[in-house]
Design a protein around this ligand. Sequence first.
Ligand SMILES: Cc1ncc(COP(=O)(O)O)c(C=O)c1O
Length: 406
Amino acid sequence: MITNLNASFSNISNNIKRSAIREILKLTQNPEVISFAGGLPAPESFPVNDLNEIVSTLLKEDGPASLQYDATEGILELRELLVEKYRAEGINCTLQNLIITTASQQGLDLVGKIFINNNDSIICGSPSYLGGISAFTSYGAKIHSIELDEFGLRADLLEQKLKELQKAGTKPKFIYIIPDFQNPTGITMPESRRLEIIALAHIYDILIVEDSPYREIRFEGQTQRTMYELDKDNHVITLGTFSKIVAPGFRIGWVLAPPEINEKIVIAKQSTDLCTPTFVQKIAVRYMKSPYFLTNLNKTIELYKHRRNVMINQLERNMPKGVTWTVPEGGLFLFLTLPEHMDAEQLFYKAVENKVAFVLGKVFYSNGKITNTLRLNFSYVNDEKTILGIQRLSYLIQRELQLCVV
Ligand SMILES: Cc1ncc(COP(=O)(O)O)c(C=O)c1O
C-alpha cells in the first residue's frame, strides 16, 4: 500500500459521507426485528413470473442485440414509450427531452455533476431524501434547508431565503423538491404550492429539480400535475424511475429536461457508465407494452394502500396522546412526531432491543436539530408483523412518556 493513501483521495471522495441510513439498517438486519426502517418495495409485488417469460422471448427474438452496448441517451424504444406516457398525461415533450439513467439516483448524481462546483449553494426541503443531499454534497454543494409544512416546502420561507442569498450575492444552482409522497414525510405538494415555487424560480431565475419516484403509487385523492408540466419556461428537470413501479433491481430511471440540459447530462453519463444496461432496458420495453405492467402496478397500489391502512389503524388504536403522524395519499412512508421533549434516538436503541425498527427523522434534516421524529415504511412488512411492530413501538413510547413524567 502507498504511504499516505488518505492524501491521495479526491475532495469528492472525502466529501462523501457514509449513509446514516445504511448504518442504521445494519442494526435491523436480525430477522427477528420487525423493520419499518428500509425504503423497500414489497418483494411480493415484483413480477417474477411475467419477467421470466419476457426475458426468454427477448433472448430468443433479439439474441445478441439485447446484450450489446447502446446509446448513452437510452434505447430509442424505451424513450419513445416514456415520452408517449408523459404526452398522454398532457405533458408537452419530445424525445429530446427524455433520456434514460441508471435509476433516479444516477439522475441525482449527474445533476450534481453538471451543475455543482465546490461551495455552490442549493436549496432543499427539511427534511429531505438523504440520497439526494449526499449526491449534491459530494460535489461540494452547500445546502440551504427550508422547513416543510403540511403542503411541503414552504414558499414564504423559500422567498425569504432567496432574498437573503441574493443580498449576499449568492445565486443557488437549484431547488431540490420531492413533490409527490415525499421521502421521508409522505407529504404531497398541492398545485397551488407548486405554482408559488415555480413563480419564485422564475423571479430568481433558478432551476428546480423535481424528484418523483413515488408519483405513480397513489391510493386516493387527485393526481397533482408535475412541476415540469406547470412550468412554462424550461426551469424544471424531472426525475422518474421504475424502482417503485416495477422493481428497484431494474435500476432504470429517466430525466425529463430541456434539451440543452440533457445534452450535458448525456456527456457526463458517458464517463460514468457509457449506457444504462441495454438488456434491462429491452426487458422494460416489453414489460411496459405487455398487459402485465398496468395489472401489476394496480395490484401494487392496492397492496400498499392496504398496508398503509393497517399501519394507520394500529397507530390510531395504540399510540399514546401527543404522538402524531402524517396520512400519505400514496408512496411508501409516513412520518411520526413524538412529543417535543422525547428523543427518537433513545427510543431507537430501545426499539431495536425490543425487535422493532424505524429510521430516525433526524438524519433527513441537514442541521440534525429536530430530534423527535421518525420515518416508518409501510410497503415492506406484512399485516401480522405491522400489527405486532406498531404495538411494540406504541408500548415503548408509552413507557418512555411515563418515565418522562416521573
Ligand atoms: C426521493 C428519492 N429519490 C430517489 C431515490 C432513488 O431511487 P432509484 O435510484 O431506485 O430510482 C429514492 C429511493 O428511495 C428516493 O426516495
